[in-house]
Design a protein around this ligand. Structure first.
Ligand SMILES: *[C@@H]1O[C@H](CO)[C@@H](O)[C@H](O)[C@H]1NC(C)=O
Ligand SMILES: *[C@@H]1O[C@H](CO)[C@@H](O)[C@H](O)[C@H]1NC(C)=O
Ligand SMILES: *[C@@H]1O[C@H](CO)[C@@H](O)[C@H](O)[C@H]1NC(C)=O
Ligand SMILES: *[C@@H]1O[C@H](CO)[C@@H](O)[C@H](O)[C@H]1NC(C)=O
Ligand SMILES: *[C@@H]1O[C@H](CO)[C@@H](O)[C@H](O)[C@H]1NC(C)=O
Length: 353
């Protein structure tokens, strides 16, 4: 009997499981976590019972709109039916005469391991220009679903309870503090990346804790979270190499300006592509100069942290090694043309007089 009661009780609990969790994202924005099964959630228009009972009709005449469209429900409390992602939307409630009273945006976060809709799972990538603590995480929207960043949680700790995040007034910057980190992130103007800075990152010390970032994206009141964990040493990607000197025999360059200094402490490895009409030859260097083959007409470069297994920089734009030679020839040619012109002018003048 007791067993039957327990089974029944757990069955009832299962049946009323949706939403599995409810939390407030910010004022007037509610998140319902659901598994996809049927369920319901009660929305209140006026939250204070006292205020409701003070109304002449005790709230009976209040009516509701979902995304601006009137729905056939009246009263202070609205029952929102949930199934998969239905039930999401921006709900407003109004006085009998139509005047606006309140609103709640209901976001649905489906937590059932199903296919993500806004981005492909794992399609968030992060990259850092150096070890100073700045990094950027970026993604590509599904072509039909261009959403917004709803929330960012980021810290150097695996315990989510040890993270306190706060949001700026515009909902575009978040600062998260834990016992081991203080990281803030803001949405870039493009809307498809966030730029973050780890206030406690020391570039000269080994990173002890991994950075974990979770970006919550919203599209059509659908909320999804995408996470990434990394050490800066894994995502560091140098900027473009700058060429300082080039002639037919040799080429010299410097470290990217954005790279960490001193360079002796943060060495880079370079790869140089020597191109001529027929060949492509790759060489590696740890120094900042290289001899050029006689045939080489064009070079380009990329760089990578010499001490970690992180990404190569982008290839630099191609640089022609013939440019100087060409310039000299062009200059001589222009000079000659100018002399011819002036001779012509003098001759024509003397002819006129
Ligand atoms: C309006 O709704 C929000 C929830 O979306 C609630 O926090 C707030 O108290 C409500 N305002 C009133 C006046 O009841
Ligand atoms: C939801 O509706 C309220 C009131 O109509 C409006 O102020 C708010 O901007 C809407 N939110 C969104 C995300 O459209
Ligand atoms: C993010 O979503 C997944 C399911 O998609 C869920 O299991 C996980 O708990 C969520 N993480 C947070 C921090 O809400
Ligand atoms: C992220 O990296 C993966 C693997 O390198 C790549 O396939 C994917 O296209 C990248 N996504 C973005 C948005 O750059
Ligand atoms: C986190 O870093 C910011 C920016 O440097 C600073 O203003 C803030 O006081 C720091 N917070 C804590 C708790 O260390």
């Amino acid at each position: 009997m007791y067993f039957l009661f327990l089974t029944l009780w757990s069955f009832l609990r299962m049946a009323s499981l949706n939403p599995t969790n409810v939390w407030i994202l910010r004022d007037n924005v509610l998140v319902l976590e659901v598994t996809g099964g049927a369920g319901q959630h009660l929305l209140r228009c006026i939250h204070s019972e006292d205020e409701v009972s003070r109304r002449p009709d005790e709230g009976a005449g209040i009516f509701w709109k979902r995304n601006g469209v009137k729905i056939p429900s009246v009263g202070n409390v609205l029952t929102v039916a949930l199934k998969e992602t239905s039930g999401r939307g921006n709900y407003s409630c109004h006085d009998e005469d139509g005047s606006f009273l309140n609103h709640t945006e209901v976001l649905i976060l489906e937590d059932n391991g199903k296919k993500m809709r806004i981005l492909e799972p794992d399609h968030i990538n992060c990259s850092a220009p150096n070890y100073n603590g700045r990094f950027q995480c970026f993604w590509t929207w599904d072509s039909l679903r261009v959403g917004k960043v709803a929330l960012v949680r980021v810290g150097r700790h695996n315990d989510p309870n040890d993270l306190r995040c706060s949001e700026d007034a515009e909902g575009k910057q978040w600062t998260c503090v834990s016992s081991t980190s203080n990281i803030s992130c803001s949405v870039d103007p493009s809307g498809n990346s966030v730029s973050c800075i780890d206030d406690q990152q020391c570039p000269y010390a080994e990173e002890v804790n991994v950075i974990r970032i979770t970006v919550y994206l919203v599209y059509d009141s659908l909320l999804e979270n995408y996470s990434k964990s990394f050490y800066l040493s894994e995502i560091v990607k140098p900027g473009n190499v700058r060429i300082t000197k080039v002639n037919k025999k040799a080429i010299e360059w410097t470290y990217p300006e954005s790279w960490a200094s001193p360079n002796s402490y943060f060495p880079l490895t370079f790869e140089i592509a020597h191109l001529d009409e027929l060949h492509l030859e790759l060489t590696s260097r740890t120094s900042c100069w290289a001899k050029l083959n006689r045939r080489t007409t064009t070079v380009c470069f990329r760089a990578k942290d010499a001490l970690s297994n992180s990404e190569w920089s982008e290839w630099s734009p191609e640089r022609s090694v013939l440019i100087r030679e060409l310039k000299r020839v062009t200059a001589r040619f222009t000079h000659t043309t100018r002399r011819i012109r002036s001779v012509e002018r003098v001759t024509s003048q003397s002819e006129r007089t």
